[in-house]
Design a protein around this ligand. Structure first.
Ligand code: MN
Length: 490
């Protein structure tokens, strides 16, 4: 998926310096684009396009960037000085994410040799300021990455932004399928689907559960046998109840068929809306998520969409990303932790070891005991992400967490579980999350970073709230108050 996209490298200059300088700039820009493309830190191709010297060239390349579906963003840089009035029209038209890369071709100042020819050719420090002003003056959302272009941390910062930008492209084409409606009476899983499509691009459509049951009825035994072979390859079987596992396979195959037919990358269902189905999909939903799809329980299409986007942005990164729910706390003073799980549907990408297929009764609802994957989450740094509808605008809340190995075994807990310490500490973190209106459902990721989510929100023009080690409840309260006023004015 990431490899389907490229980023256009557009370099600013002018005619003042003569053709030789411009040839050098062009050759260097091509070299830089090639080396960046080959870097481990950079997830997509960086394609050098043009060194712009006129308004016409700038406008042309930005229009082309808009029209090209492969182009997920534009990276600009000024090797020399590029007067910014010529950028106004082009940047004003640009509809793709923009990164201003403040770098220079040479790392060092050649103290002995330096003369005015060198200064005229290598004046990014000068050119990037003129270029920066016009972004600020036009109030354009842009990422600014500063540093030497061959340094790994600089490339990582650029690469992470590219992932956010691909998340934007993915979001704008995202289709979600709702098998059923939201859980009765629940508020936070609701939201304005039209606003979401205008703002984030998601098409969130309903398909009746009866249609899913029809497609399930058409699934063949041979297809189920093949799916069972996949389960055997991926998971350990800790159940004799193969009938339940086969029923989950049938559900999975039918859900996938409809998703594929509709071009959907995420879905929802609800335990209250399983008309004609014998089991709530558990293993079925988990195995679909394992392949990069989004999912939300109780009709939570916002978390389904965010799970799909986070997974798309994180392709190839170590760790996992899963639909998650805060469940219960351990409140030992000074060692407080949170235990997250769900009725069934936690994605196995966050598992510490090979998940087991088990069959147990459901504590709620009125259906047969479903097969599900049971595992403990892997330890490591991560974050939880919640998208809520504030009425008139969307807000994303991201909280830093440290996933830990569960302190003691939980042999009677028949579901996948992850244990974590939220930032800045559990009690402050819970207060902050509640103050900001974060949902009980979230995307838990040990792949995407809060910075990547912030960049995604900035490009999407939605509110971003980060709860981190240095967050205080008082400051957050102030921030939310000002945000509320600012977003009403926007
Ligand atoms: Mn739930």
């Amino acid at each position: 998926m990431l490899k389907d996209y490229e980023f256009w490298f557009v370099v600013g200059s002018q005619f003042l310096y003569g053709p030789e300088v411009l040839e050098t700039v062009e050759a260097r820009a091509e070299e830089m684009a090639k080396k960046l493309s080959d870097s481990q830190q950079i997830p997509c191709k960086v394609a050098y396009k043009v060194t712009v010297k006129t308004e016409a060239e700038c406008t042309k390349v930005m229009k082309e960037a808009n029209a090209d579906d492969r182009c997920a963003g534009v990276i600009t840089w000024c090797h020399t000085f590029s007067p910014s009035k010529m950028w106004i029209h082009g940047l004003g038209l640009l509809q793709k994410p923009w990164c201003h890369f403040a770098t220079q071709y040479n790392r060092h100042i050649p103290n002995e040799e330096i003369d005015m020819d060198f200064m005229n050719l290598n004046q990014a420090a000068h050119g990037d300021r003129e270029h920066g002003f016009i972004g600020a003056r036009m109030r354009l959302a842009r990422k600014i990455v500063a540093g030497y272009w061959e340094d790994a941390p600089v490339q990582k910062e650029l690469g992470d932004w590219m992932r956010s930008a691909v998340g934007v492209a993915f979001s704008k084409e995202l289709r979600l399928i709702r098998f059923g409606d939201n859980m009765r009476d629940v508020a936070v899983t609701e939201g304005d689907k039209v606003e979401c499509e205008i703002r984030l691009g998601w098409q969130v459509d309903y398909w009746p559960v009866g249609h899913l049951v029809e497609v399930m009825d058409a699934v063949t035994e041979a297809e189920i046998d093949e799916k069972l072979a996949e389960y055997h390859a991926r998971y350990d079987f800790a159940t004799e109840d193969l009938d339940s596992v086969r029923y989950q396979a049938k559900e999975e195959l039918a859900i996938r068929k409809i998703m594929e037919r509709e071009g959907a990358r995420g879905f929802i269902n609800s335990f209250q809306d399983l008309y004609g189905m014998r089991q709530l999909p558990g293993l079925a939903s988990q195995n679909i998520m394992a392949d990069g799809m989004g999912y939300g329980a109780e009709g939570d299409w916002k978390v389904s969409g965010m799970t799909a986007i986070v997974k798309a942005m994180s392709e190839g990164l170590k760790g996992g990303s899963a639909f998650m729910e805060d469940y219960t706390y351990d409140l030992e003073p000074g060692k407080e932790i949170s235990l997250g799980a769900h009725m069934l549907e936690v994605c196995p990408s966050v598992a510490a070891a090979k998940p087991r297929i088990e069959v147990h009764p459901l504590a709620i609802g009125d259906r047969e005991p479903p097969a599900r994957l049971v595992f403990e989450g892997a330890a490591g740094k991560g974050c939880v992400i919640s998208l809520v509808d504030m009425g008139g605008r969307m807000r994303m809340i991201v909280q830093d967490i440290e996933c830990i190995k569960p302190i003691l075994p939980m042999p009677n807990l028949p579901v996948a579980r992850v244990m974590w310490k939220p930032a800045p500490d559990l009690l402050t973190g819970v207060k902050c999350w509640i103050l900001a209106g974060g949902a009980h459902h979230s995307v838990l990721t040990t792949q995407a970073t809060p910075q990547m989510m912030e960049d995604w929100c900035e490009i999407m023009d939605i509110e971003f709230v980060h709860i981190a080690a240095d967050t205080s409840f008082e400051n957050l309260k102030q921030q939310l108050f000002w945000n509320d006023l600012a977003w009403k004015l926007k």
